[in-house]
Design a protein around this ligand. Structure first.
Ligand SMILES: NC(=O)c1ccc[n+]([C@@H]2O[C@H](COP(=O)([O-])OP(=O)(O)OC[C@H]3O[C@@H](n4cnc5c(N)ncnc54)[C@H](OP(=O)(O)O)[C@@H]3O)[C@@H](O)[C@H]2O)c1
Length: 254
């Protein structure tokens, strides 16, 4: 396939690395220049080209710009009706993408995260995209969504990574302060948490794991009780995305 990437930053780097082992012609735009040069040196079959040439030379165009840049850059590009467009941009609704990518109509939005470089990344997508399946389905968990609002809810939930990592770093810091070995503290916490996260959890595996860690008076239950206010803080923070992401929950709350 001929794949083009407009916007050559962190997420394009991860998406390109995630294609490792596949045989595609890849065009990336020249900004960021350092990242584009790094990818050209690293990936066989990858060429740096101006934005219009990326679009002209591609069957599939990934939109990987910051949204505020996208509305300036995309309207001038020569999209075609026979192309597939995959946007990974936050704050870029489908209606606006349809307007700026016309006459292309095969447009999907997905939410890759940097770990897609190594595979195992969840990829919610709306509408379903056979191209995304072909390119990333073998090594990642594709999750087609019934509506754009459902996809946007995943955008909100994706922000969970940062506060969770922050909590883990706090625990690592606490552990290292007692052992004097920061590297081992990090190795311990990361391996412990990984052990509780199955590759495919959708049958209540996480609730079962929590139940197994709930012995009354045990260390787990004691710490969980001490941290109970964090649950309300998490819900409050996620609810704060409602207006920005156009969300209404199943109880009708906007
Ligand atoms: N990173 C993530 O974890 C992640 C996850 C999901 C979705 N996203 C979304 O992906 C999009 C890109 O995020 P990112 O983290 O990859 O940001 P980024 O690293 O800042 O990449 C944006 C790229 O766009 C380039 N650019 C700016 N103006 C341009 C132009 N006129 N033509 C072509 N390229 C231009 C920038 O180049 P310069 O550096 O030269 O300005 C930069 O390389 C955003 O909409 C973000 O919301 C990111």
């Amino acid at each position: 396939m001929r794949l083009g990437f407009i916007g050559t930053g962190e997420i394009t780097t991860a998406l390109v690395r995630g294609l490792q082992g596949q045989d595609h012609q890849i065009l990336v735009s020249p900004r960021n220049a350092d990242v584009a040069a790094m990818l050209a040196a690293e990936v066989p079959g990858l060429t740096v080209a101006p934005n219009p040439d990326v679009v002209t030379g591609s069957d599939v165009v990934f939109l990987c710009l910051l949204a505020r840049t996208a509305w300036e850059v995309l309207p001038g590009l020569p999209f075609r009706a026979d192309q597939t467009i995959i946007s990974v941009m936050v704050d870029a609704p489908l209606s606006k993408l349809r307007a700026v990518c016309a006459p292309a109509t095969d447009i999907a939005i997905t939410i890759p995260l940097p770990p897609i470089a190594g595979g195992g990344c969840p990829l919610p997508v709306y509408p379903a995209s056979s191209v995304l399946d072909t390119l990333y389905g073998a090594r990642n968990l594709i999750l087609p969504q019934p509506s754009e609002a459902a996809l946007n809810a995943h955008l909100g939930a994706s922000a969970l990574c940062s506060p969770i990592l922050d909590q883990l770093l706090t625990a690592i810091d606490w552990l290292a302060a007692h052992t004097g070995d920061a590297a081992q503290a990090e190795a311990y916490i990361a391996a412990m948490i990984r052990g509780y996260l199955p590759e495919r959890a959708q049958q209540g595996e996480l609730a079962a794991a929590l139940k197994s860690l709930s012995t009354e008076g045990g260390l787990n239950a004691t710490l969980r009780a001490a941290m109970a206010p964090a649950k309300d803080a998490l819900r409050h923070g996620l609810d704060g995305f409602h207006a920005r992401l156009g969300l209404t929950d199943t109880k009708g709350r906007t």
